[in-house]
Design a protein around this ligand. Structure first.
Ligand code: AMP
Length: 632
């Protein structure tokens, strides 16, 4: 069957389609109903079923034919270490750590925060949590104190897994130290234990009565075997925070059975891989791609997953290609920003390695621009496949499903809806638009398995954020503009809300604005996304300073603001530029004219002034442009 037939079946008979796939996995108790759509938009999959993701990702292989196969290959170009862990060894390690957590009193439904670098122990930690039915919340190791504290407050974890440090381009990122500060800053006091992996990278202070040494605990409290919890299919497996249009991050909640089934299916249907493959997602476990395609997807399918600590260009731009050669990697999943970075270097870096094992190169996170696509396709010599998804979706919504049928690639388009997704482009009222017209990308329920269940502790915000955009129409709002062309291919045209996409990761403008507004010299701050050749989008800060701030000190204020962003959010949000202006241009209703600021800053032609901002007169826009031209 080709793509079209399989897709049609997934839409016409979702229960039959997904039910068949779920049969291939292990369930302690079979479901009563595949899909419950009685309470939209709260769609529930495999209702009544009980399973365990860890059992399916680890035990199923470790206690069968896959026991001696590599489950995890870890390669660190930061510490020059490498380690291969078979499925059986992974089974042992996960059980040991699950024993520690259980002995520390971690129970089903408890939250465990994971703030770790890209080391095998982080993945073992995630698997140990789901084994117990505990809900992990992994926070990207690049986030700093305030971001971490906010997530602690929202998830109220009972335990935290961390390490002394991660490494970035040869410099340690002191995770334990940042965590200590975040725990001090957090308003909740839920954390009983902090398990610290000591990699010997930096000095750490251990707080008595709270901090525990990872290795010691494995010896003292580790177990040979921990019974995998029988988790309801509809119970949460994890929380993962993402930026939204307000300052408070959104805790995306994933279920258990639906997520497991969707990821398992995607490995063959989308990525076209099986047990004989070596799969490498270059993301980080702190992002959704890392959850789904460093950890759960490959392991559920029994595919070897490569876990990499390091950057694409350190110690030199040949490092990725050498890793592909070393392990015979067959499928890579990366981000356009990495390709754009590597493209700057001579192709010889790639040609020095034998990368003939490679069969596919997938990309997601931001639009894959045509020049980068063409370069990658030609130099890699394999299909380069752009696919579109979000933290909320857990797996791709638009894709070229190579395992079903590789459709002709149109550079710049992430192709067609993934199975189960009823995607449409609609106008502001939620009415379907004809092909070729720009509108909002929406998903019509029932959402396929694997999509978010809700937002942690906030069903109301879930509905407000995703399901309330159109009067009388219940549609999942992606927040992105799109066009569907005459062949049914979708083209993504960027965010429709005030959320930035920096190096493939969402950052809320409000989140950054809140941090900057705390600077004592700031009167008013606006954060705007601007074009950035490498990162896709960069952060521009335009601010008005308080009147008594001497112009002489502006440089220092800008530096302090930069540092604030690094400390409170993380280096990823560091502004490209900070400009001080006398006033921020506003529309009649008082909204900052972001598009005007962006256009002037980028030097774009300010075409038709009457349409550039929704709620400003032509004169207002003209004045703003003139004023900004002299100040930006
Ligand atoms: P995140 O949840 O951080 O992964 O960000 C998801 C957002 O990234 C989407 O809503 C899109 O705006 C953007 N995005 C992800 N993948 C693509 C893609 N293949 N093409 C265009 N935009 C993308």
């Amino acid at each position: 069957m080709g793509y079209q037939e399989v897709y049609q079946r997934s839409i016409a008979d979702p229960a039959g389609f997904w039910g068949e796939i779920a049969e291939e996995l292990h369930w302690f108790k079979k479901w009563d109903r595949v899909l419950d759509e009685s309470n939209p938009p709260f769609y529930r999959w495999f209702v009544g079923g009980e399973t365990n993701i860890c059992y399916n990702a680890v035990d199923r292989h470790a206690l069968g034919a896959g026991r001696g196969r590599a489950a995890l290959i870890w390669e660190s170009s930061e510490t020059n270490e490498a380690r291969t862990i078979t499925f059986f060894e992974l089974y042992r390690e996960v059980n040991k750590l699950a024993g520690v957590l259980q002995n520390l009193g971690v129970r089903k439904g408890d939250r465990v925060l994971i703030y770790m670098p890209m080391v095998p122990e982080a993945i073992i930690g995630m698997l140990a949590c789901v084994r117990l039915g505990a809900i992990h919340s992994v926070v990207f190791g690049g986030f700093s104190v305030t971001s971490l504290a906010n997530r602690i407050d929202d998830a109220t974890p009972v335990a935290v897994l961390t390490a002394d440090a991660g490494m970035r381009k040869g410099n340690p990122v002191k995770l334990k130290e940042i965590l200590d500060q975040a725990l001090d800053n957090a308003t909740v006091d839920s954390v009983r234990d902090v398990l610290v992996l000591n990699r010997g990278l930096v000095e750490i202070e251990m707080k008595r009565g709270r901090d525990l040494d990872w290795a010691e605990q494995l010896e003292q409290r580790g177990a040979r075997y921990v019974e995998p919890a029988h988790v309801s299919s509809t119970d949460p497996s994890y929380i993962l925070y993402t930026s939204g249009t307000t300052g408070k991050p959104k805790g995306v909640v994933r279920d258990t059975g639906g997520y497991m089934t969707a990821l398992y299916a995607s490995m063959s249907q989308i990525y076209d891989v099986d047990e004989s493959d070596v799969y490498w997602s270059t993301s980080d476990i702190g992002w959704v791609v890392g959850h789904s395609y460093i950890v759960y997807g490959p392991l559920l399918k029994g595919v070897t997953t490569l876990v990499y600590e390091g950057r694409p260009d350190h110690p030199d731009p040949g490092v990725w290609w050498r890793i592909i050669e070393k392990y015979g990697v067959t499928c890579v999943f990366s981000a356009p920003t990495a390709l754009r970075g590597l493209r700057k270097f001579p192709d010889q870096w790639m040609k020095d390695s034998d990368i003939s094992s490679l069969r596919y190169f997938f990309c997601a996170g931001e639009p894959l621009d045509e020049p980068t696509y063409q370069w990658a396709g030609q130099t890699l010599g394999v299909p380069v496949i752009d696919h579109y998804w979000q933290t909320e979706s857990g797996w791709s919504m638009l894709t070229n499903s190579a395992g079903l049928e590789l459709l002709p690639i149109k550079p710049g388009s992430p192709t067609k809806p993934a199975v189960g997704h009823r995607l449409q482009v609609v106008d502001a009222d939620g009415n379907s638009l004809p092909q070729g017209e720009k509108g909002f990308l929406v998903d019509q329920g029932p959402l396929p398995p694997g999509m978010l269940l809700t937002l942690w502790g906030d069903d109301h915000r879930y509905i407000q954020s995703y399901w309330s955009h159109f009067k009388d129409k219940l549609l999942y709002m992606s927040g992105d503009y799109a066009i569907e062309d005459a062949d049914g291919y979708f083209w993504m045209l960027g965010r429709a809300d005030e959320v930035l996409n920096v190096s493939g990761h969402r950052l809320g403008t409000r989140e950054i604005e809140e941090v900057l507004s705390a600077h004592p010299a700031a009167a008013e701050v606006s954060v705007i996304g601007v074009k950035d050749e490498l990162k896709g989008e960069g952060v521009l800060v335009v601010a008005v300073l308080k009147q008594d701030i001497a112009p002489m000190t502006q440089h220092r204020v800008a530096e302090e603001m930069r540092q604030l962003v690094r400390d409170k959010i993380g280096p990823i949000a560091t502004p490209n530029a900070i400009h001080f202006v006398s006033t921020l241009p506003k529309t009649r209703s008082g909204k900052i004219m972001r598009r005007v600021i962006r256009s002037v800053y980028q030097g774009d032609a300010i075409g038709d002034l009457s349409t550039i901002e929704d709620d400003a007169t032509v004169d207002m826009v003209r004045e703003a442009v003139e004023a900004l031209k002299s100040e930006l």
